[in-house]
Design a protein around this ligand. Sequence first.
Ligand code: HSE
Length: 339
Amino acid sequence: MKLILIGFGSVGQGFVQILRDKRADLAARYGFTPQIAAVVTRTRGSLYHPNGLNLDALLTDFAAYPDTPGLVRGWDAARIVRDCPADVMLEASPTNFETGQPALDLCRLALEHGKHIVLANKGPVAVAYRELNALAHSSGRAFRFEGTVMAGTPSLRLGMQALAGCTITAARGILNGTTNYMLTQMENGVPYADVLAQAQQLGYAEADPTADVDGWDAAAKAIIVAQALFNKKLTFADMDVRGISHLTPPDIDAARAAGERWKLIATVTPEGGSVQPTRLPLSHPLAGVSGSTNAITYTTDLLGDVTLIGSGAGRIQTGFALLSDVLEIFTKFTPSFTQ
Ligand code: HSE
């Protein structure tokens, strides 16, 4: 299987690191021996090799990738997606919450050129879920986006696959790793600006972290959940969104004095949703979800509430989401595959 990787920041590098470190295991257990045919970055150009790029060299220093026979440098993303023979395009470039671009056009192009698409980038899924889903159906290709919600924790797979047959009427949870990490650290007395810087260093925050602290990242995830699970078109205009940037140390102290804790809670139903900082009693199940860990509770007709707790952000954690989607495509589209 040949892969094109758009974006080589924290998530893209995490994915390549997993492929390198688990190469033997993936080959032995699944017969899965993928090649990264091309990597496209925003600021450091692109690399393409028809026989696959060297993963160690990519991870050591992208800018110093050695010249080898057959290596092509500098093609733009559209040319690579159009002209490189590959099975899957992975999109892990920074999210544009307003337009989904430039990733959205690349997704359209990839599907038009017979490539499956796998996204960790939330923008195109939040903005154009229905269009991409329809395009994927008509081209017989897969459209997967597990990494857009709760990193590699299989929140979407749980709702879309494991709970298939249930009617899900609501989803509620902690869907942003950056703010949950910040709230946990602020309870320990670390100032707001310092914890935000830490969340950026740890690779949790968006390229523009106002999307995290003002609630838009959590809102985008709630919209993705709604579109994927309720088959209902929701937009940011349907969401009542407030972040954590106005919370002060006295607010944190007041909650603690009352035996409560602030959490940024996203809620979504087929009618709409909200993202709101909320004081929860310490006995509430979501009050104990700390650091960059996230949680989602699906309310279902046949099982009642089902809750999943796991990593919400991070380099390897989101890199794994890409792997899980690519492996699913591999097993589904490889006729000879048997487990
Ligand atoms: N900035 C996001 C977060 C990354 O903190 O949750 C994972 O989507």
